[in-house]
Design a protein around this ligand. Sequence first.
Ligand SMILES: O=C(O)[C@H](O)[C@@H](O)[C@H](O)[C@H](O)COP(=O)(O)O
Ligand code: SF4
Length: 605
Amino acid sequence: MSADSRIEAITKRIVERSKPTREVYLDRTRRAISKGVHRSTLSCGNLAHGFAVCSPSDKAALAGDVVPNLGIITAYNDMLSAHQPFETYPALIRQAAAEAGGVAQVAGGVPAMCDGVTQGQPGMELSLFSRDAIAMAAAIGLSHNMFDAAVYLGVCDKIVPGLMIAALTFGHLPSVFIPAGPMTTGLPNDEKSRIRQLYAEGKVGRAELLEAESKSYHGPGTCTFYGTANSNQMLMEIMGFHLPGASFINPGTPLRDALTKEATKRALAITALGNEFTPAGEMIDERSIVNGVVGLHATGGSTNHTLHLIAMARAGGIQLTWQDISDLSDIVPLLARVYPNGLADVNHFHAAGGMGFLIKQLLKAGYVHDDVRTVYGQGLAAYTIDPKLAEDGTVSREPASEVSADPKVLSTIDKPFQSNGGLKMLTGNLGKGVIKISAVKPERHVIEAPAIVFHDQQELQDAFKAGKLEKDFIAVVRFQGPKANGMPELHRLTPPLGVLQDRGFKVALVTDGRMSGASGKVPAAIHVTPEAVDGGPIARIKDGDIIRLDAIAGTLEVLVGAAELASRDNATTDLDANEFGMGRELFASFRRIAGPADQGASVLF
Ligand SMILES: O=C(O)[C@H](O)[C@@H](O)[C@H](O)[C@H](O)COP(=O)(O)O
Ligand code: SF4
């Protein structure tokens, strides 16, 4: 089925815009492909080092260039509940590779930060930069050049984007992403947030808060809210880097292990040594990227992808813009209500029909391109399935239902929860920004109130505790951009602003920083660019200025005359404290060269 004409038109304009960079990218990728199986270009010394620890049979296999060798890039560590299961994956992958007549080696590890552990802490100022550091670290592993394909073990926020940048940089290799799946459901996310607001109001102590948090985050697997990590899983599936149905199967289950083994065998089957060669750089094209953006809107995905998807696309020579994302938002309806866009979690989403049901609905409406290549073969329709464990312990796939098993969580194209997607671009005399409206009540889509300016999130929290914010206001939290302090998530502002909003005040946030994918209920104009430290207009806002945030019209304005605004000096602030400590001194060059938010806030492009 062909895509909706509006989707086709946006795809075509991305193709046109990207032509110069996409042609250079494809030429480089095809030249790398033409060099053939790369082990054969290594000298004996290189090769001997490369397989020194292998078994004699694997050495024999790798000495030639007819047995495929899989490079594993792993983001395993014990800090992310979502990545802890990867500890045992290399052994399972090696076993599956051997069963398929191939070899698998861990090419290298990459760092992975848990944004939940660093939220509100100095470490969060390394978070965004860790995406590009992960891409660089993966490249170091793959540069051993021993591999016919790669598998990537990563789930969370900056890790999958960084790994995809690497996969497209090594676009001559087939790449399969292997997830670990969501944590089982614990304390409901809205109950966790209620306890947090009580703690912010001083009505419960740390013991009650820690008990609630520990019941919410209680075991291996991805946190169950629909934040950036689970948005990543949705993206990897709808863009064709996952096997169909792989995203939301819990860790430590037979089906999870069956999917991991199947992904390993599939990666070995799509190398240049077989008949289905599927190099990542040719597999992913503008249609895949548009399918990813559509999936983001249809599920109410993370605002962080207005940064990451742009950087991921650029790695493949594709130029995606906020205007593209915003225009797609006007077309694609919201079909999922998963926290913070609702009360359900990703386990409920999967039980209601999950990715197979969602993709079936989007294909039916023509909102996604079916004519795409994936690691599974040709066509997105192959992903309209429900994964099951077969009698023989392998994966079987049944057609996805036409009917949602829980219409309150996952709905159909003809009964969407919202007529448009979650992410809007905002423009006006403060520059550009983005807002996620899928989690904000309609009566709060337009907010006009006096500004109160803060230069860090602790100042706002202190003002809240001192009772100074019991009023209608728009919090302007500036000097939070990539060049200022690494563009941390300001998710710790959600509880105090949520309390004030629940008390009936009109509140909103305007910042050149970021929010968590788990942030939602308070209207927030984020990623404002140009950032304050670059002299953006956000640096000229004064306390008391009236600001109007209009998510319907897509505007963000300070209601001050142009001459008056231009005549003002840019505010400055002392960022010395952000230059050192917790490793921030090692990222000074990243802060100096980071690109603007609307181009992915990257140090790589
Ligand atoms: O973008 C995201 O999804 C967030 O970065 C998320 O990964 C982060 O861990 C949140 O901080 C978790 O939410 P809480 O902090 O509310 O637990
Ligand atoms: S979803 Fe966020 S909090 Fe949960 S493990 Fe991943 S990074 Fe950490």
